[in-house]
Design a protein around this ligand. Structure first.
Ligand SMILES: Cc1cc2nc3c(=O)[nH]c(=O)nc-3n(C[C@H](O)[C@H](O)[C@H](O)COP(=O)(O)OP(=O)(O)OC[C@H]3O[C@@H](n4cnc5c(N)ncnc54)[C@H](O)[C@@H]3O)c2cc1C
Length: 381
């Protein structure tokens, strides 16, 4: 049973956001930056954000050479350039908002490992650099084959290395914690353990009521706002089953520190299906959805032996073949959202309810930009 004070103070807002991942928090951040007096509530079902934003690999990237070539087979040149620009602008917005120190941003650069079958992609290197020259000062991609030896990769499997100096890495945990702090310091209320069950328009469609079950009393609590923004990414079909969203699990492992670790930077491998980076003296490695797409199209947040065994195999044979003993410190999984089109969905469901979801595998890059666009749309409407 709620008190008069609780009803008066905690239930009514200008804007409610569902989901405290990078998109939900960036939307709240953009809203409060534009309107300092706005009353904003973020409702999160988990103890922490519990989808992808606290689970990812922390690549501050915008696309590898082979990914861009593959996108060009399905999209126009302008669409591909727009996508790269959105990601790069999103990263700039994130860094400007929180500061490089707070997110531990390190611009070590990124590399793509090229195997025998991908060698023809190198013939397109200049074409892709030309395509991106209006967005970046200088060439984006260049060959750095000497690094294959320097990093200690298996030379039989890796035939070339494509370097991208614009790519960096962040500490995912620090980024999310500082984004949370950023909105809370500006007066945004974030409530955890609040799983939204449903919402409805009320008072002649001038308001939205959002329902959460109070876990202590079992009663449904209704929060009201003028506008609602749904930022639940891979978990959106609970509210909008018809949207084109397919959940895709990503599994990750991280090693114990390795004394003589030589590799430094972010690395893409096998058309982007695998990715690894250094985190200090550790190696973080993830991917492998292509080993079993059917099983990995799930929103269950757990790891499987099949993928973990293969990640360990790659670690020992290709990434650290000269390392005698590598201990895995931790393994985890997170859930992404994909669709037929490689683009976020930012659209009104009703004039008071906006959906901002489907970040694919690059929400760290694109999330701040999507939050800004969602906030702009909701403020203009
Ligand atoms: C393993 C892995 C590695 C990745 N690596 C990178 C990378 O290196 N670089 C990069 O750019 N991107 C990466 N990504 C992708 C990136 O993390 C995501 O695109 C991004 O975090 C999506 O953010 P989001 O806010 O849209 O979704 P989420 O972070 O999933 O947030 C959605 C939130 O909604 C909440 N929610 C759901 N339902 C409800 C409900 N009913 N009530 C209340 N709350 C609810 C969830 O708990 C969740 O916290 C990776 C993803 C994974 C899984």
């Amino acid at each position: 049973m709620l008190s008069f004070w609780e009803k008066q103070t905690f239930l009514n807002y200008d804007y409610i956001v569902i989901g405290s991942g990078i998109v939900g928090l960036s939307t709240a951040a953009s809203l409060i930056e534009t309107n300092k007096k706005a009353k904003i509530l973020v409702l999160e079902r988990g103890l922490f954000p519990t989808g992808a934003s606290t689970k990812n690999a922390g690549f501050a990237c915008f696309g590898s050479l082979t990914e861009i070539l593959s996108d060009l087979e399905k999209m126009t040149e302008n669409q591909v350039i727009d996508l790269v620009n959105e990601r790069y602008n999103g990263l700039k917005r994130l860094r400007k908002r929180l500061g490089d120190k707070a997110i531990d941003y390190r611009q070590y650069g990124g590399y793509e490992l090229i195997s025998e079958k991908e060698l023809p992609a190198l013939e397109q290197l200049d074409t892709i650099n030309d395509l991106l020259k209006s967005s970046f000062k200088g060439k984006v991609y260049e060959l750095k084959n000497k690094k294959i030896n320097a990093f200690g990769f298996d030379k039989e499997s890796i035939k070339a290395l494509v370097f991208n100096s614009f790519e960096g890495q962040i500490d995912t945990g620090k980024m999310m914690k500082s984004l949370l702090r950023y909105v809370q310091e500006r007066g945004v209320q974030v409530l955890n353990h609040c799983e939204v069950s449903n919402f409805e328009e009320i008072e002649n469609n001038t308001k939205v009521k959002v329902y959460v079950k109070n876990q202590l009393s079992n009663e449904k609590i209704g929060f009201s706002a003028k506008k609602l923004i749904v930022c639940t990414n891979a978990f959106t079909s609970q509210f909008f089953p018809d949207l084109d969203i397919v959940a895709g699990r990503g599994q990750v492992l991280i090693t114990e520190p390795i004394k003589d670790l030589k590799l430094k930077g972010t690395f893409h491998f096998d058309e982007g299906y695998y990715y690894f980076r250094n985190y200090g003296k550790r190696v973080l490695l993830g991917g492998g959805r292509n080993l079993d797409f059917q099983a990995e199209n799930t929103n269950e947040i757990n790891t499987t032996d099949k993928i973990m065994n293969h990640l360990e195999y790659l670690l020992k044979t290709i990434i650290l073949p000269k390392q005698e003993y590598v201990r895995i410190a931790h393994r985890w999984a997170g859930i992404m959202a994909f669709g037929a089109v490689k683009k976020p969905i930012i659209q009104f469901y009703t004039p008071n309810i906006l959906v901002a979801v489907r970040m694919g595998g690059m929400g760290v890059a694109i999330g701040s930009q999507v939050g800004m666009q969602a906030s702009k749309l909701i403020l203009e409407n």
